[in-house]
Design a protein around this ligand. Structure first.
Ligand SMILES: [Zn+2]
Length: 293
């Protein structure tokens, strides 16, 4: 297992590790104590071609309004479970992976009682690996797996790509080991504690707007609130322009327009600030507030 982090000067640090437990990772990869924001040095924009953004979904979740919009009713509410593939000349990137295949095979066995609140409606064929094959991407062809956060409807791709580096916020990884009681059901350890994962941890505000390829095509925006280490993504495509993938920072337009908090949240204040924060970030990088979620 390889771990990549950032030191106090914002430089990448790589190290080998053998443990997969949280304790092992923490001791081998000390929490960076950063004295200043590790703002990415501006790099020369390169002309890119062969850049494509594909959207997929691993079925839907059948739930209730109150589980999506805090305190807003018992009515039935069904949401898609999206994930994305970014094809890039420097490598394929999977953004989240939807539900794990096990949620289609034995949902209560894999997810437990959380299915009473969020019921996954998913076919086995909708798993991330099989859907990637439809666009001619084999598991060994994925260079990066980027995790918005580690809730159970986003972790279906972890450990499925043998050559991938998996990028997540350190705060999210650590919280997933010891979540609060109210969000414990949303984290499935067997999804993210799979063997052979090469992790790369980002450091919150200090690595905000991390530019994966250095060309502005994929920037990672730190948007905590729904979960401690949530990230949204600003994808800048050569023809379509910037697209802001808010992920769970804004499930619906009501969240974007400050009319609802997420049904699951670890910080109401941070979650409420997200619309402004994400819009500011995308505008700073040439967006128009992003295509709306
Ligand atoms: Zn979530």
């Amino acid at each position: 297992m390889k771990i990549v982090e950032f030191d106090e000067k914002g430089h990448r640090v790589e190290r080998e590790a053998t443990a997969t437990s949280s304790a092992g990772v923490s001791s081998l990869a000390p929490r960076p104590v950063l004295s200043r924001p590790a703002v990415e040095a501006p790099r020369e924009r390169r002309k890119s071609s062969g850049i494509e953004l594909h959207m997929f979904q691993t079925g839907t979740l059948r739930t209730k309004t109150k589980y999506i919009k805090m305190n807003q009713g018992e009515e039935a509410f069904e949401i898609p479970v999206p994930w994305f593939l970014l094809k890039h000349p420097q490598g394929n990137v999977v953004i989240d992976g939807g539900n794990a295949i096990e949620a289609a095979i034995d949902k209560r066995g894999h997810w437990g009682n959380v299915v009473d609140a969020y019921d996954p409606i998913m076919q086995v064929s909708e798993n991330v690996v099989d859907q990637l094959k439809m666009v001619d991407v084999a598991p060994g062809d994925v260079r990066y797996l980027v995790q918005s956060h580690l809730h159970l409807d986003h972790t279906g791709a972890i450990g499925r790509f043998p050559k991938a580096t998996t990028i997540v916020q350190r705060a999210e990884y650590e919280y997933a080991q010891k979540p609060h009681w109210f969000s414990a059901g949303a984290y499935i350890r067997s999804d993210f504690e799979r063997p052979g994962v090469n992790w790369m941890f980002l450091g919150g505000d200090y690595t905000d707007n991390y530019d994966l390829f250095g060309d502005g095509v994929l920037r990672m925006i730190f948007t905590p609130g729904h979960s401690p280490g949530h990230m949204s993504f600003l994808v800048s495509l050569p023809k379509s322009g910037p697209i802001l993938l808010t992920i769970d920072a804004a499930y619906t337009m009501d969240h974007w327009e400050n009319k609802a908090l997420p049904g699951l949240v670890v910080s109401s204040g941070q979650a409420a600030d997200l619309g402004r924060q994400a819009a500011r970030n995308s505008q700073r990088h040439g967006g128009n507030g992003g295509h709306r979620p």
